[in-house]
Structures are given as C-alpha cells and as structure tokens.
Design a binder for this molecule. Structure first.
Ligand SMILES: [Zn+2]
Length: 272
C-alpha cells in the first residue's frame, strides 16, 4: 500500500471517530434537555394563601375557537386544560396539528380526555348504560390523541371520581367507578360559563368573575381553595366574546391570591 494513501486512511478514520463522539455528546445533551422538560401529572405544592383556578375548556379541537382561546390564554400568561374529543381530532390534518401543539405546550396547556365519540354524539342515556363500550370510548380517545394523563371529563355529566371519591349523577356512576378502578380521575366543574343562542357565552365577564368570587368566599367548591371553570372553545369565536374572555381573565388576574393551574394539579388528581 502506498504510504500516503495509508496515512490518508488513518486521518479519515480518526476524523470519523471524532465526529461520532460529537454526535454522541449532542445526543446526551438532548436527552438531558428531554429530562428537564416538566412531565404532565408531576404534583405541585399548594400555598394555602392562594386560590387555584383551573380553566377547563371542552370539545377541542374546534377551530377557530380552539386557536383563539389558546392565543388569548397565552397572551394573558395563564395555564389552561383542553378536554378534547377524538372524533373532532381525526377529521383533517390542521386539527391534528392543533391538538399536537396543545400536547406539546405543557406546562402551559394540558391535553385531557373528553371521550372519542362525545357519548355517541350526545346520546347520553345510551352511552352511560353501556358501561364497557363507554369505557372503551375513553381508552380509544386516549390512544388516538396521545393523551399523557389519566384525566377524563365525562360528556354531559358533572361527575367527580378518583381513588378517594365518587360524586355526581346516578346515571353515569357505573362508568365513573369503572374508570376510577382503572386509575382514571374524572373531573367535573364548580362553575360553568354557560352557552346560549348558537354557542355565545350567557354571562358577561364581570358577572362570571363575581360568581367565582362568591363561591370562593362561601367555600362552596368541590375542594377548598380551588375552582374548576368549564367553558367551550367555540364560544369565543366572535370579537365581542373574545373581548369578554380577555376581560374575565384580566379581572381574575387582578387578585394576587389567584393562581392558574392545569388540571393535573387538582387535589383529586394529586391524591391518587
Ligand atoms: Zn363536551
């Protein structure tokens, strides 16, 4: 073998080895970064001087409502939870991208489970009397949407269930108990921002904020110092209602006791 050719080969081998080491250290760095990412469901410590507010918005992905709410929450710097529906997700690529962006936004936003079929398209009585098919509907939603937490909101039922409690309407009790036995937490709501006339919000911003303050003061919530608020993404598509949502958050933010959290930090979920 020509000596020059031999030396060139050796140099190439050394360069390749160095490059490989660089790749390895880059991979190690990126795995460190991955480890540093917060994991949904990691418990937080509560501060008894604070009031914890959980904005839980249902039925996503429903563009443009979901995109608008996400933007408003982001601009206001508040955390929120999107309870999503499988059959709304797998319709078209932009909806998949929207849900992927929610999943990837934790700890700002949390993606949670609101069933695959929305109780067989709002057929509530049939859905809740067929326990196994209802349970399978939630499991399918979890798998297809890549939901990382075992947190469910039942469609059409204000039910709470977990290891430590089951509360809510009798009609959904068997489904809730079976899901709880499988390790799921079912989250109801303390206050609903109701819908009227084609998905417009019924209450104004200050009316709803006053109701929330009254409930906190009276202690009439599912858990002390916590408030789960239910609304739907599609309520805030028109400008006046977007403004109402912004005003509502601004009023709540003025009180230094108020902290916005995602629902994986709700006491029922943390006490599992
Ligand atoms: Zn719903």
């Amino acid at each position: 073998m020509n000596i020059r050719f031999f030396i060139a080969c050796i140099v190439l081998i050394i360069l390749a080895a160095c490059n490989n080491n660089n790749n390895k250290s880059a991979a190690a760095d990126s795995s460190k970064t991955a480890l540093a990412q917060p994991v949904p469901g990691t418990p937080i410590k509560y501060d008894s001087s604070k009031r914890y507010i959980f904005l839980t918005w249902d039925d996503s992905p429903q563009p443009p409502g979901t995109n608008i709410c996400k933007r408003i929450f982001h601009e206001a710097g508040v955390k929120a939870t999107f309870f999503s529906v499988g059959m709304h997700y797998n319709i078209e690529p932009r909806r998949k991208r929207l849900l992927d962006s929610i999943r990837n936004s934790y700890p700002e936003f949390l993606l949670a489970n609101h069933s695959f079929s929305h109780a067989f398209k709002d057929n509530y009585n049939f859905f809740y009397t067929h326990v196994d098919s209802a349970v399978n509907d939630f499991v399918r939603a979890e798998k297809e949407m890549g939901i990382q937490v075992k947190i469910i909101r039942l469609p059409g039922r204000n039910t709470w269930a977990g290891k430590t409690e089951t509360k809510g309407p009798k009609t959904s009790e068997n489904v809730a108990k079976k899901l709880a036995a499988m390790g799921y937490n079912i989250i109801g709501w303390d206050v609903e921002w109701e819908m009227v006339k084609g998905n417009s919000p019924k209450q104004g911003a200050s009316e709803l904020a006053n109701k929330i303050n009254d409930k906190f003061e009276s202690g009439y919530t599912n858990e002390q110092n916590t408030m789960v608020i239910l609304a739907h993404d599609r309520m805030f598509q028109k400008q006046p209602y977007m403004d109402s949502l912004k005003a509502f958050i601004a009023i709540l933010k003025k009180d230094p006791r108020n902290v916005f959290e995602t629902i994986d930090h709700y006491p029922l979920v943390q006490n599992k």
